[in-house]
Design a protein around this ligand. Sequence first.
Ligand SMILES: *[C@@H]1O[C@H](CO)[C@@H](O)[C@H](O)[C@H]1NC(C)=O
Ligand SMILES: *[C@@H]1O[C@H](CO)[C@@H](O)[C@H](O)[C@H]1NC(C)=O
Ligand SMILES: *[C@@H]1O[C@H](CO)[C@@H](O)[C@H](O)[C@H]1NC(C)=O
Ligand SMILES: *[C@@H]1O[C@H](CO)[C@@H](O)[C@H](O)[C@H]1NC(C)=O
Ligand SMILES: *[C@@H]1O[C@H](CO)[C@@H](O)[C@H](O)[C@H]1NC(C)=O
Ligand SMILES: *[C@@H]1O[C@H](CO)[C@@H](O)[C@H](O)[C@H]1NC(C)=O
Ligand SMILES: *[C@@H]1O[C@H](CO)[C@@H](O)[C@H](O)[C@H]1NC(C)=O
Ligand SMILES: *[C@@H]1O[C@H](CO)[C@@H](O)[C@H](O)[C@H]1NC(C)=O
Ligand SMILES: *[C@@H]1O[C@H](CO)[C@@H](O)[C@H](O)[C@H]1NC(C)=O
Ligand SMILES: *[C@@H]1O[C@H](CO)[C@@H](O)[C@H](O)[C@H]1NC(C)=O
Ligand SMILES: *[C@@H]1O[C@H](CO)[C@@H](O)[C@H](O)[C@H]1NC(C)=O
Ligand SMILES: *[C@@H]1O[C@H](CO)[C@@H](O)[C@H](O)[C@H]1NC(C)=O
Length: 799
Amino acid sequence: MNILIIFTILCTILIINSFPATGVSTIKAGDQLNLTTSQLVSPGGNFTLGFFNTTNYRYIGIWYTNDETYKVWVANPSTPIISSSGVLMIDPNTGKLIIATGGTTLVNISDNQSSPDSNIAATLQDTGNFQLKNETDNRTLWQSFDYPTNVLLPGMKLGSDLRTGKNWNLTSWLSNDIADFGVFTLSWEPTDEASQRLMIRRRGQPYWTSGNLNNQTFPYMPALNSPFSKYQYNLSYVYTDEERSFSFHGINGVQPMWFLTPGGRVQDADNFAVWTPEFCYGYDSGDGCVADSNTIDQCRDENDKFNWLNGDFAPMTSSSYDDNSSLSMSDCMVRCWNDCSCLGFTTSSNGTGCITWTGAKSVDNFSISPTGSAVLKYVLISPIPIISPNPSKGNAKNWIWAPIVASIILLLFSAGLLWYLKKNKLRREEEKRQKRDDEYFLELIASDSFKDASNLESNGRKGSDLMVFSFATIVTATNDFASENKLGEGGFGPVYKGKLGDEQEIAIKRLSRTSGQGLVEFKNELILIAKLQHTNLVRVLGCCIRGEEKMLIYEYMPNKSLDFFLFDETRKTLLEWPKRWNIIEGVAQGLLYLHKYSRMRVIHRDLKASNVLLDESMNPKISDFGMARIFKQNETEAITNRVVGTYGYMSPEYAMEGTFSVKSDVFSFGVLTLEIVSGRRNTSFSYLDKTVNLIGYAWELWLKGDALVLEDPTLADSHVIHQLLRTIHVALLCVQENALDRPEMSDVISMLNNDTMSLPFPKQPAFFIGRSASKSTSVERKLEDYSVNDMTITVMKAR
Ligand SMILES: *[C@@H]1O[C@H](CO)[C@@H](O)[C@H](O)[C@H]1NC(C)=O
Ligand SMILES: *[C@@H]1O[C@H](CO)[C@@H](O)[C@H](O)[C@H]1NC(C)=O
Ligand SMILES: *[C@@H]1O[C@H](CO)[C@@H](O)[C@H](O)[C@H]1NC(C)=O
Ligand SMILES: *[C@@H]1O[C@H](CO)[C@@H](O)[C@H](O)[C@H]1NC(C)=O
Ligand SMILES: *[C@@H]1O[C@H](CO)[C@@H](O)[C@H](O)[C@H]1NC(C)=O
Ligand SMILES: *[C@@H]1O[C@H](CO)[C@@H](O)[C@H](O)[C@H]1NC(C)=O
Ligand SMILES: *[C@@H]1O[C@H](CO)[C@@H](O)[C@H](O)[C@H]1NC(C)=O
Ligand SMILES: *[C@@H]1O[C@H](CO)[C@@H](O)[C@H](O)[C@H]1NC(C)=O
Ligand SMILES: *[C@@H]1O[C@H](CO)[C@@H](O)[C@H](O)[C@H]1NC(C)=O
Ligand SMILES: *[C@@H]1O[C@H](CO)[C@@H](O)[C@H](O)[C@H]1NC(C)=O
Ligand SMILES: *[C@@H]1O[C@H](CO)[C@@H](O)[C@H](O)[C@H]1NC(C)=O
Ligand SMILES: *[C@@H]1O[C@H](CO)[C@@H](O)[C@H](O)[C@H]1NC(C)=O
């Protein structure tokens, strides 16, 4: 028996040994690595070298092992592999690294002269560098970092070696399908040590410049090293007689990369634009675009822009096709730009060749055909038309305009925002924050709305759900903002009910014209809308902008908000315990989503009963993101001197010091939960000869073991005692004085749902005796204006 076991183990070991782990990182002279069947993997596993396919072509390249999206290097950009076989080897006769198919050399990868030697080996390093070395003296004979394609990795250089005359430039692919050298290069061009900059050239001509490197950033790369960016770069340069070069590393472990798109933009691995402008049109537009008299035509002006349109689009004008396959999308754009009668352009499906449409420049010249191929097309539109979605007919075709119009509006809007910022001299601190937010806003626009324009690869556009409504549509829908259609007054303006045609009901939040702050909040909501989708968050359908007028269009919630039911003696009877439990759970899920949402951490800052809307089945939906703040994942806490929120729901550290974090929302959630359980507002009342608020009341009852007294009497028939007690317990944990003592939303959810989980005993919560607000209205104040002593008064006065 034992022998059998030992035998089995031995066999297993033998079998394992005869199939060495796939993680081979080195090939030696004479080795043939059959890349059809295996790959090279760097020692730490970070990078993989092997075959990859684009839609139509086959290459050998290097990519991140855990994310194949970006090919960080291509061995044979100009020579795609047609046959199904291919080996990577060090040619024993020449000592060169080659790709061979069917016994003949297809590509000489290493081109500098080495000589046959059995002591040379090529290794894929954990930096992504593929190095051919003489193992006798460790000299590097060749390395992939010296032959960059379209990706700059940490440690890779841009610039030139003055001794050898070697240049390190990035070159864009011809199209997302074709790795061959395209029209854009990114190079490092110092004139002297104080003036060192990056330059993008289009077919050799200056196209865009970063401005001079200064204090770890470039003037025209505002997103770079912005505090909101996921990646923080340590930028470094060498400026000596031997070498002029630029390189970067990631700070705090996260390694960034730059990718030069076929459209001439620099993006990072998350498709975030490191450089923002979509295209340069030959004007010095103040964002790094280089003025070029060759590409400006008298028939174009600075308002003319290309906007992308993807889908069934067939202009009713003539088109022409040039099948020259060295033409890329960018060439077609220039060609169209310089032809006064050109309205739009595209390429054939592999991203080469030019199709252009000509006609008179008017939006009426376009129509959308029901059939037609889904090829990415660029259209020239000027000036900006606002197209009514014409909802009464429910006509699908107009909606296709929404993404274009939305992107134009967003562009215009951000321009307006910048203008607004310049015009209004805000306080210095405020201005700084604003600027950061603004850069982030631009960054977001770049990453979402325009992502697909530059990412030509995506033939199927990721749907942008944001629609743009014309003012006329909204006026009709609300019967000219008739007072009977007014649903209520939100934080920053009235909310109306509207009807699109006969069916769809919508809610319209009209931001007050006068409140300057409305713009900031509008921007905030727009940012969030683009990103947030969850069943427990109210869905935003679109926006409407007309001059000063800014409106957000939401799905309509027939059952109004939670406070409408909860604090009304008759209506509250409709909220039996199972419904209330469902609302607590739903709000918790919605908050968890906000807090943990992929790249962003969203702090709502104004969670309260009136911001929880109810759908027809009484499912809760959190609304009103006007005060929300976006955090990057590694950012956990912020301080503001502009405290916004609602007294009674605000955590003590936020109300007093302006410090807020996810734990501030947890606090508000705790208050809300107590309100839902008790059916009463968190206002102060007299209890045992003391003035306490709801939190204080709950705490006193809890200490006495009487927590059930808190229960809303109307619940009596429907309650589930253990669930109720558990809910009160969790709520008390959420309103702890010290933010660190409060659980995260993920803990809250497991505490609520797991009956067997033991919960810590709550400490004395944060409740302010004698301090409360009589109405739960959102307020705003400047912290610096008040001393702590004044605060009670301020709070009392809060309107
Ligand atoms: C890649 O392309 C080659 C030839 O074009 C084809 O034989 C192979 O199946 C493709 N591989 C994948 C994974 O699509
Ligand atoms: C690589 O391996 C595949 C499958 O084992 C084989 O069909 C192909 O001929 C090999 N290619 C070379 C060049 O040896
Ligand atoms: C590779 O280099 C050798 C010289 O070392 C040359 O004879 C051969 O033509 C080259 N092959 C290709 C495909 O460039
Ligand atoms: C490797 O280095 C040894 C010692 O410097 C030298 O003799 C040999 O020629 C080198 N081989 C190659 C291929 O450069
Ligand atoms: C390799 O990957 C590990 C883990 O993902 C990371 O910590 C390390 O920085 C990477 N190394 C390089 C050189 O990118
Ligand atoms: C070459 O590098 C390897 C690993 O870094 C080292 O073990 C070896 O001693 C070096 N050889 C010479 C000749 O420097
Ligand atoms: C090959 O190029 C590398 C750098 O790219 C250089 O360090 C090396 O000296 C070159 N080898 C020969 C034999 O010229
Ligand atoms: C790299 O860019 C520099 C500056 O534009 C240019 O002089 C050089 O020719 C380029 N080198 C390559 C290999 O493209
Ligand atoms: C450099 O940038 C940092 C952070 O952006 C800033 O705090 C510092 O004042 C700047 N230094 C100079 C000399 O501009
Ligand atoms: C940035 O890199 C330089 C060397 O390239 C190093 O001396 C410096 O400490 C780095 N700074 C940070 C903040 O990592
Ligand atoms: C194709 O386009 C390229 C780039 O514009 C140009 O250099 C070339 O002459 C064109 N070829 C033909 C046949 O028109
Ligand atoms: C791209 O596609 C067109 C037609 O579809 C074809 O004529 C052309 O050769 C292709 N280009 C490349 C580089 O394969």
